[in-house]
Design a protein around this ligand. Sequence first.
Ligand SMILES: *[C@@H]1O[C@H](CO)[C@@H](O)[C@H](O)[C@H]1NC(C)=O
Ligand SMILES: *[C@@H]1O[C@H](CO)[C@@H](O)[C@H](O)[C@H]1NC(C)=O
Length: 295
Amino acid sequence: MKAPTLTTLLSSCTAAAASALHYAPNPSSANEPLPLRIPTSYESAVLGRRILALTPIGTLATTFPHDDADDANTNENRPPGLGGVPLSLMDYIADCTGDDGDPTLLALNIETHFRNVAAGSNISLAVRWTPPYPPAKRIKSSSASRSHLQSLLNYIGWGTQPEEDDEPLHESQSYSAANLPRFSLTGYVEPIPDSDDRSDPSSVGARLAACYTDAHPDAKYWLPGNRIHEAHFVKLVVTHVYWVGGFGDRAYIGWIPVEEWRNVTREEWQDVRLPGERKGWKEWAVGDSFGGGEL
Ligand SMILES: *[C@@H]1O[C@H](CO)[C@@H](O)[C@H](O)[C@H]1NC(C)=O
Ligand SMILES: *[C@@H]1O[C@H](CO)[C@@H](O)[C@H](O)[C@H]1NC(C)=O
């Protein structure tokens, strides 16, 4: 097979980069029906609350304190000059405090995030929707750019596979993440009263522990009261919600008023479906659910 010219490679890279931006026109817009309307911020809040309920992992961000005297991370050999700098890391989340829309966290005192919080940091949590099933049809540009990459690697002698081999170089995701909903919740951490009390099954702590270990069975080893680390259930009290529902021609992008976020009922989020919850979905289809993408 002929190696691609630099121009072909560059133009395919540019196309791939442009299509990854949520506000860019996407390659299939011309062939797909346009949505009847962009979902409202409230409809987006309903989808977001469903995502929160179904997603066990997110990315927390906190900032390091400016004042070293406030810094509980002293035994970490942390480099100087990080005051005010945000740190983002994966953490477990759960939706266990009822219908308030505040995520439940299991705070271990040794965790950098919760040391930052103890020193006064606010917190933000990023959550993305990950469909359980791949779409029925793939977007052509992604496999095309992969084979261009393979061609380029072969061309410069670093190729590991014959070009005819359709195996990806590494396991790439099987859907367009740019077209899927994600959001960031910002706010502060608040203790949950009586959450250490697991004296009987109806106690606050026992109910939180049951809900949390349902999402995270491994966390049974570091529940409050474990003998190794001090741990407490806390909640992220949401003060602001930023939402990117997908491509801007079909999804809402912007702030969701926090009252709308809190107002969503369990019945409402249980009634909607997210893209890819069912097999055979078309990732570019504009569907009957608020977010598009669902058939
Ligand atoms: C936390 O956020 C509030 C606004 O919600 C702000 O007033 C406060 O200064 C922030 N705290 C820190 C340590 O940045
Ligand atoms: C919240 O729900 C109540 C009762 O359904 C409604 O009256 C109110 O307008 C809602 N507020 C917002 C901000 O959606």
